[in-house]
Structure formats: structure tokens, C-alpha cells
Design a protein around this ligand. Structure first.
Ligand SMILES: [Zn+2]
Length: 470
């Protein structure tokens, strides 16, 4: 990194008279501390908090961080280079130019007391590839340079993101081609968000064409943790894609990333405050058929205004989920020691939270959610079963074994998935993805009445085997 001194002070003197009064210190003059790689920096002028954003004197960037900085008095712009990226900030303008692309900032650069250029440290540092952390208790900003990777031991393989979608059960689903590197999400405050950078990753041409300006923004309305996700090109050299999850206020979500190694990555969201660190021992299934009647919740996915995935035949997922659930219930009704309960007995919208509450209120012994899958690639086929908590694994294994027999489709296995209903419930809970509605063969099976009867019988056989009633 090059280091170059710049004649900022000269311009500052000229501007002093023009901008007096702009960017006055906040009423509570807390001076935030600034650390670079855990070393306390002592800037010439004090950093400042304005509307919850930390602003630092531009000299920190040039003198303490060693980047090239240029100031233009005529345009009131600061240009920052780090050899790879160029950031241009204009005083009191919240649009920055990053490598000639417009990027909106939450806080613009300011002139403090008309003489010191103050820049939003988080924005600039992130654009320069640094990790930024804010510690509330000590009012400190921690900046970290990413450790450079050794290219000789890490051959660069570029991957391509072909789609990014939101699914109310899974969270964010990313389809990609190539090999995905290790992802290290980090959390940022003001506003609360989780940032995930994808190293050596580019977007497909279709996705690239969607970048209107700087990023693609997708609002999310039905998730307890996030209000929006957005993705952008963070850097072109090295190629880095960036996904940002904007958290709802008052939530403290963590991500659970699962890469199937074959082009599908799911990013689930979980609440560290409510997720127990260790999984409690599963409630023992007692062989006491004389007294115990088991409450079994069958949860037909989606419904009403939430149709789920669209089948290749034009019909909706909610329909097959309900139809299969009703068949399972009808069979369970004949069982003396099982009381089946439907969380969605008809075509109506039920929130994920209400499904969980339903299971808890009914003291469910087991919870089985019924869904059908979809994939942008129509050749993807098969049956899979998801669980989140370890205490659900045994149920998942047994029911899945039967379900695969019932569908007769490819066995895609039992998988961990950070799904709302299987995570937030407290009893053994699983989610069945019977087959892919995006696949012609699977879809034909799932909408067939005969096949549904077979699937229902096998699901019931699985439930009975798990409950030791068979
Ligand atoms: Zn579904």
C-alpha cells in the first residue's frame, strides 16, 4: 500500500469561512475510540458520532490507515484509493462513487467546524475491504484488515451466482456454479445488518443485468429477522459478491449457512437469544400403548394468499400439501393411540409463528410439516426431509425412509435445514419436501391421487414406527 501526504489543510483553511456551522458536535460529546487491527489509533482530530454514525477525520485514512487521499476544493470531493478501489465522497452528499458506480450511503461526509473533513468510517472501511465492528459498551470502532491469502496454497476458483431467492422456510437460497469458498458473515450496526462476502464470485449475466445502479434490493415481509436483503458487486478485483441482510430492529439474528457442495447454498436465520446452545434430550418415547395417546401435528405448508411454489403444470404447492395432509390425517384418525391435529385444515393463510404456537398449545408429541420443492433447474428431482434440532433427527430418519418408498422418487436424503417451524417448535419436528414441482416427473407423482395415498400410508407407517406403535 502506498502512502502519500496530501495538502488537505491548505484547502481546509480556504473552506473555513464557507462552511462554518456545518456538522456541529452532537449534544453528548462522546468521543468514540478507533482501533485498527486492535491497535488504538490516535487521530489528530477527534472522531465523532453524528446520528449514530461514526465519522472520522480524513487524515485517519491517509495517515493511520495508509491510503491515498486527495481533496478537491472546487467540487468538495474526497477521493480515496487503496490500489484496487476508488471511492469518491462529496461533502453533504449521500451518494458515493465507488469505482465509478453510484452507491448510497447512510451518512454523508461532513465538514466539521468548517475545517476538518469527516468521513463515515464504516462505509469507507468496508469499501476498502476492511471489517468494521462497533462495540457499544466502550464506544469503539474496530477495523480489521483481512489477512491476505497465499495464492500458492489457495488456487483461485471463480464461482458464479445464478440466482438469489427468499423462501419463508429456508431463508435465502442461492444457486451457484463452480466451487463456493468459505463464507464469513459479519454483523454491523446502525442499521443492524449481516454482511456476507463471497470470495472469487461473480454474478451470472442475468443477475448482473438487474443491478440498477449499485445493488439489487429485495424487501422481505414475512420473516421475523430480516426486512430486506440486497446484493451487489463488492469488488471486481478480486471478484467479490456481497449479500447484505437488513435485520429488523430489536432482533439479534445469526446466520446458519449450509452449502450442499452441489450448487445450492441456504442461509437460514436464527435468533441466538432464543436458540438453546445445546439441544435438549428428546422426550423419551415410551412404549405404553395402554395409556398414552400421542398428539401428532400435521402442518400443510403455505395456504391462502401464500401459494408456495408453482408446479410445472400450473398448479400450486399449497394444494398438494393440503391434499396429502388430509390423507395423512384420515389414516391417523383410525389409530387408537394417535390424535392427529391439522395446523392448516383448509386453504387459508397461517403464519409460521401460528403453526408453532398451534403445536405448543396442543402439546404435540411430534410435528410434521408437508411441503413440495422447487428448483430453477427443472431436471432436479427427488425427496428430502429436513430437521433442525438434533432431537428431531431420529424422527426425520424413520419418516424419510418410509416417505422415499411412498414417492418412489430419488432419495435426496435427510438434511439439516434451519427452517422456522422445525427450529422454533420444541417437540421432534421435521419438514418433508416430497418432490420437485419444477420437475415434470415429480410433479406428475405429487398430483396423482394414487401416489398421494401411497405417500400418506408411508408417512403414517413412519410415524407409527417412531412412536413404537407398529
Ligand atoms: Zn413449501
Amino acid at each position: 500500500m502506498k502512502k502519500k501526504f496530501v495538502p488537505i489543510l491548505l484547502f481546509m483553511a480556504v473552506l473555513f469561512t464557507l462552511f462554518s456551522g456545518v456538522g456541529q458536535a452532537a449534544s453528548t460529546p462522546v468521543v468514540p475510540k478507533l482501533y485498527l487491527n486492535d491497535q488504538l489509533l490516535k487521530p489528530y482530530d477527534d472522531p465523532q458520532i453524528v446520528n449514530n454514525y461514526t465519522l472520522v477525520p480524513i487524515r485517519v485514512v491517509s495517515e493511520n490507515m495508509g491510503y491515498e487521499v486527495n481533496w478537491s476544493a472546487s467540487t468538495k470531493t474526497v477521493t480515496i484509493h487503496n490500489g484496487q478501489n476508488e471511492i469518491i465522497l462529496t461533502i453533504d452528499n449521500n451518494i458515493a462513487l465507488v469505482n465509478n458506480q453510484q452507491v448510497q450511503m447512510d451518512m454523508s461526509a461532513k465538514l466539521q467546524k468548517g475545517r476538518t473533513t469527516m468521513i463515515p468510517v464504516r462505509f469507507v472501511s468496508e469499501q476498502l475491504g476492511l471489517t468494521v465492528k462497533w462495540e457499544q459498551t466502550s464506544q469503539s470502532v474496530f477495523l480489521y484488515n483481512a489477512a491476505p491469502e497465499d495464492p500458492s496454497t489457495n488456487p483461485v476458483e471463480t464461482s458464479t451466482i445464478t440466482s438469489i431467492q427468499y423462501d419463508s422456510n429456508f431463508g435465502i437460497i442461492i444457486n451457484y456454479e463452480g466451487k463456493m469458498g468459505t463464507l464469513k458473515p459479519f454483523k454491523l450496526d446502525s442499521p443492524k445488518r449481516i454482511v456476507i462476502d463471497f470470495p472469487n464470485t461473480v454474478y451470472s449475466d442475468v443477475l448482473s443485468s438487474q443491478f440498477m445502479g449499485a445493488e439489487t434490493r429485495i424487501p422481505v415481509t414475512d420473516n421475523p429477522y430480516i426486512s430486506m436483503f440486497r446484493y451487489s458487486v463488492f469488488s471486481t478485483n478480486p471478484a467479490t459478491a456481497r449479500l447484505v441482510l437488513d435485520l429488523n430492529t430489536d432482533t439479534d439474528a445469526d446466520t446458519a449457512i449450509q452449502d450442499n457442495g452441489a450448487g445450492v447454498l441456504t442461509i437460514g436465520l436464527t435468533d441466538p437469544a432464543t436458540t438453546p446452545p445445546g439441544d435438549p434430550t428428546p422426550p423419551p418415547v415410551t412404549t405404553d400403548p395402554g395409556t398414552k395417546v400421542y398428539n401428532v401435528v400435521i402442518d400443510a405448508g403455505h395456504g391462502g394468499t401464500d401459494p408456495g411454489a408453482k408446479s410445472i403444470n400450473g398448479r400450486w404447492e399449497k394444494e398438494v400439501n393440503l391434499s396429502l395432509s388430509l390423507k395423512v390425517k384420515a389414516l391417523l384418525d383410525k389409530e387408537k393411540y394417535i390424535k392427529p391435529l391439522l395446523s392448516r385444515p383448509e386453504d387459508k393463510f397461517v403464519t409460521l409463528a401460528d403453526r408453532v404456537t398451534f403445536a405448543k398449545n396442543n402439546k404435540a408429541d411430534i410435528f410434521i410439516s408437508i411441503h413440495a420443492n422447487s428448483n430453477p433447474t427443472s431436471s432436479v428431482t427427488g425427496t428430502e426431509t429436513y430437521y433442525t434440532r438434533d432431537s428431531s433427527k431420529a424422527l426425520a430418519n424413520i419418516v424419510h425412509k418410509h416417505l422415499v418408498k411412498g414417492t418412489g422418487l430419488k432419495d435426496r436424503g435427510v438434511k439439516y435445514g434451519n427452517l422456522h417451524v422445525t427450529r422454533e417448535t420444541t417437540m421432534p419436528a421435521i419438514l418433508l419436501e416430497t418432490g420437485f414441482l419444477s420437475n415434470k416427473g415429480d410433479s406428475d407423482v405429487l398430483y396423482s391421487d394414487a401416489a398421494q395415498n401411497k405417500m400418506a400410508a408411508e408417512i403414517v407407517a413412519g410415524i407409527k414406527e417412531y412412536l413404537k406403535l407398529s
